[in-house]
Each structure stands twice: as C-alpha cells, then as structure tokens.
Design a protein around this ligand. Structure first.
Ligand SMILES: O=P(O)(O)OC[C@H]1O[C@H](O)[C@H](O)[C@@H](O)[C@@H]1O
Length: 283
C-alpha cells in the first residue's frame, strides 16, 4: 500500500510489516515491530546501518541490527526474567504520520501504551519515535509523562554500524569521556578507540559527536539530550552466544548507541517530555 510517492507498507515473508522508502534521497526500511529502522542507505552511497545476515525477522523477537529502541530500561533489569533492554524493541508500534517533501521524508510511530504490561511500566506516558530521512538520518525518541507523579527511566538508540574490517575501524571523539567497562571504572578514555577484544563500554560526559573511521569512509554520529553512549562489539566468544548473529559477524559491525544511562538517566515531572536524538551520516 502506497502512503506517499516514495513510501509504501510491505511485509517480510515471515509476516512482519515494515515501511519501505525508496526515494531520490535514500532507501530505508522501518519495522513496526520495535519501531526499528533496519536499513538506511543515502542515494549513491554505502549503507549506514547493519543487520545480521542470520536475522529471521520473527514476531516478538528483537531484530539483530538496525536501531533497536531500548526503553524504558537499558541492559538487564534488576528483576530476574524481565526483558533485556526493556519491552519497546519487541512491541508492535503504530504508524502515526508520514510526510514527504523534496528535502526529506519524515515517518513517526507511536507505542500503544494500552498494550504495555503494567507490571513492567505502571506509569501513564506516551512514547513516540520520528525518523527524518534525507542523505542523513535523524532519529528522535520522545517520552512524555502523562502521570501525576514523576518517573525515571534509562534508554538507548542502539545503532548497529557496518564496517568491512573491525580491526581497521576506529572511533574518534570519545577522548576525555569517562567509561565503565564490565562493571569496573570509571576510567578516562585517553585515545581514539580501536577493536581487538570484546568491547562493552558505557561512556558518560561524552562529547555530542563521534566519528567512526571505517575502510568504507567516515561515519559522523551525533547525539542530543544525551551525555552518555555505549560502544559495543561482542568479539569471538560472545558472538557464539548471541541470537540471530553468525559467529564471524563481529568482524563487520559495531554499535555506538546514543543513551541516557547511569547518572544521565532521565527523570520526568508530570507533563514534561524528553527527546533523545541521534543523527547519522557519511562525513
Ligand atoms: O543481545 P542484546 O540483548 O541485543 O544486547 C546486545 C548488547 O547491547 C548493549 O550494547 C550492551 O551493552 C551489551 O552488553 C549487550 O550484549
């Protein structure tokens, strides 16, 4: 079904619905499950986000790649058995608006709060994600407190980036930030970050722009309303334990995730909103 000249609704063979964008500006796919973008390729350029070749696009399962939305908690929850990275990434979102101009295409989705398990999230709230697509991608995740008491949450836009060679990939712009690694730290990031082992760093007080240097070119990654970010590559042993991930795929991806975690967690008073933003483009 066509929504605008370049935007249509399509389905995978497994029945998952996605918004397909094929325009003069870019090609992209946005799944209603998880509100998750899984492809973004500016016209005439290399893809800017990565999805596993082993991805099965199964109902109710997080898609391995793209930009999973981790909300309203990042990582594992203190309550055993609660879903890792929250429930938003496996929930079915609803298309809200599509707007196409010569400059950009905007797609926004909402998470229907009526369907959320109130044991996980007892607060009255609204959650919306907007994708602004041109030769760059901006993702804006807005939480609004509709309750009469304050609540706090953590979150991340967990972007998977492609590289043809992780050992020849570096992240510039984290120098000077503090990081926690495997529950130790904080340490101060001294140099540009390379990859030669499992990497799972949570940075705080991080600058708003990083550059990922890959053999294919330099990816500029921006954040707004976020002073924390996460850098992840599972490396050899963890790759074998991940769902929908081939053993050697750690060589061709990395995650740099715009976040609000640790002392950057968000607290919203009644009627307040917060928008976490990430932007991605070839530099
Ligand atoms: O396997 P998932 O639940 O998608 O999590 C994938 C990864 O997400 C983040 O980057 C965390 O920092 C990692 O510790 C975790 O392994």
């Amino acid at each position: 079904m066509k929504l605008s000249p370049s935007v249509s609704i399509e389905h995978t063979e497994t029945g998952l619905e996605f918004i397909n964008i094929e325009s003069d500006l870019c090609d992209a796919k946005i799944f209603l499950q998880g509100g998750q973008i899984t492809q973004f390729t500016p016209k005439g350029k290399q893809p800017l986000i990565w999805v596993s070749g082993n991805e099965t696009f199964s109902e109710g399962m997080s898609i391995r790649g793209g930009i999973p939305i981790c909300w309203p908690w990042f990582g594992t929850h203190a309550n055993a058995g609660w879903p890792a990275h929250g429930f938003a990434r496996t929930s079915l979102w609803q298309a809200d608006e599509v707007n196409e101009t010569e400059e950009c295409i905007t797609v926004s989705l909402k998470l229907p709060m009526k369907l959320v398990n109130t044991e996980y999230w007892p607060h009255q709230s609204a959650l919306k994600v907007e994708f602004v697509l041109s030769d760059s991608l901006e993702v804006r995740l807005t939480t609004t407190n509709l309750d009469d008491t304050a609540f706090s949450y953590t979150q991340a836009l967990h972007t998977y980036f492609p590289t043809s060679d992780i050992t020849n990939t570096h992240v510039d712009g984290l120098q000077g930030a503090q990081y926690i690694e495997f529950a130790e730290g904080p340490f101060t990031q001294q140099a540009v970050v390379g990859f030669e082992r499992e990497t799972d760093m949570v940075y705080t007080q991080a600058a708003p722009i990083q550059y990922i240097n890959t053999p294919e070119g330099v990816i500029k990654v921006g954040r707004a309303n976020s002073s924390s970010c996460v850098l992840w590559n599972p490396w050899i042993e963890k790759s074998k334990r991940l769902s929908n991930f081939a053993d050697d795929e750690y060589k061709t991806m990395l995650c740099l995730e715009a976040a609000n975690v640790l002392d950057d967690a968000v607290t919203l008073a009644p009627q307040q909103s917060h928008t976490l933003v990430t932007s991605i483009e070839w530099a």
